[in-house]
Design a protein around this ligand. Structure first.
Ligand SMILES: [Zn+2]
Length: 411
């Protein structure tokens, strides 16, 4: 199969992309617009990019909002309480059905790589076992990384450490954590040392829910970054949320940034989730409750956007469309300057792939997997401005999804 009349990010002109089975065989400049041969795809002078990436979601919790009760306060902490009630009703089939339904929503929006956090603070590890099956059963749709995520703590939950170890033995790809939720500061610190040891010993990646609170005293990011720096693991480590950074004073943050840069860790921000959950203890002025996305990016560090929730106890909306998150994030993070807009897709493609440590399994280059999207606009700016879509998703050299754009008639 070939894709003709493709525009590529950061390059002038039109391109012809040849796929050979499940690999990209060639990418050549095209002197003029051509008509597509039978069996080929016509990008119609629009962008062709590597698939969108969802770097942070909770597929074991999606599609549960209101079961058995809605989160009335809108806080993160009531979300954890409501989830504990729903968790008591979770079954193997229930988890698999909801996760697969959500994966279909992600696929319909051009996502082919997903990192999901799965709650392992459950003595039976039921959700994890279900998600390990989902990972295998959906390989034709997405590449799924599973994070062993201790929602109710590692040190503060009975047998928390053993459950984390068991989760990795069973097949989790990534070690998670939630240091700001542990009962004490000391437990938060020891949980990070424990999870970094576990990852180093087993070769897992690391992705920690870190400082997801407006409390400016929540400073576990420095602990995580220092552990990553000393062990030389930065490229394999991600700090998710880090929203307390939005409340740190600038003097502390300036010192912190020096360490963050030396550590080489990655960052994920979930802007719609954070703008909804944080700032809940403020009257006015009211904090945005997000990490310093633009500043992290300007400092040359790696940051990307994720959805976090789709219709769960923490966030009642969502439809799988990460472009919606990108648009909201650019607004919330003061990133509507043209320089940011014209490379904005980095935040849901290349930066996210780096966070997931995908290496040569990702990217629009010869000899890499034939996974790509045809978008509805010619550049990043127009994709955002027109609220564009992924129109075609190709995976392993075959069409996985086609979307017909809405059409408008007058009169
Ligand atoms: Zn999360």
């Amino acid at each position: 199969m070939n894709i003709v009349n493709a525009r590529l990010r950061g390059r002038e002109g039109l391109f012809h992309i040849a796929l050979d089975g499940s690999q990209i065989a060639a990418i050549n400049e095209q002197p003029a617009v051509v008509s597509a041969a039978a069996g080929d795809l016509d990008a119609a002078s629009n962008l062709v990019v590597a698939p969108f990436v969802e770097p942070h979601i909770h597929l074991d919790a999606t599609l549960t909002a209101g079961e058995p009760a809605w989160n009335m306060s809108g806080t993160l902490f009531e979300g954890i309480e409501r989830w504990a009630e729903r968790k008591a009703l979770v079954t193997h089939e229930d988890t698999k059905t909801r996760a697969k339904k959500t994966i279909d929503m992600l696929v319909d929006h051009g996502i082919q790589h997903v990192r999901t956090h799965v709650d392992v603070t459950d003595p039976t590890l039921a959700a994890l076992k279900a998600m390990l099956e989902v990972r295998e059963e959906t390989r034709h749709l997405i590449d799924l990384q599973i994070v062993a995520f201790p929602q109710e703590g590692i040190e503060s939950y009975a047998n928390g450490r053993a459950l984390m170890e068991q989760a990795v033995e069973l097949g989790a790809d990534v070690v998670g954590g939630i240091p700001h939720f542990e009962n004490t500061r000391d437990q938060g610190v020891s949980s990070i040392k424990f999870l970094m040891d576990l990852a180093e010993r087993t070769g897992c990646l690391v992705d920690v829910h870190c400082d997801e609170t407006d409390d400016p005293q929540s400073r576990f990011l420095e602990v995580l970054a220092e552990e990553a720096r000393v062990r030389g693991m930065g490229a394999r480590v991600t700090a998710s949320h880090t929203v307390a950074m939005g409340s740190y004073d600038n003097a502390y943050c300036s010192k912190l940034f020096r360490l963050l840069k030396m550590s080489g860790i990655n960052f994920v921000s979930c802007p719609t989730e954070s703008i909804h959950l944080q700032g809940r203890f403020d009257s006015y002025p009211k904090r945005r409750g997000l990490t310093r996305v633009a500043e992290i990016d300007r400092a040359g560090m790696n940051v990307c956007f994720g959805q976090d929730s789709i219709v769960d106890p923490w966030y009642p909306l969502g439809n799988g469309n990460i472009l919606r998150i990108l648009e909201a994030g650019l607004h919330i993070c003061h990133m509507l300057g043209y320089e940011d807009l014209k490379r904005s897709l980095d935040l849901i493609t290349d930066n996210s792939a780096r966070t997931l440590h995908l290496g040569e399994r990702y990217g629009l280059e010869v000899n890499r997997p034939a996974n790509l999207l045809i978008l509805s606009a010619p550049d990043d700016y127009e994709m955002i401005r027109t609220q564009g879509h992924a129109l075609v998703s190709v995976r392993h050299g075959e069409v996985l999804m086609r979307r017909t754009p809405a059409s408008v008639q007058r009169g």
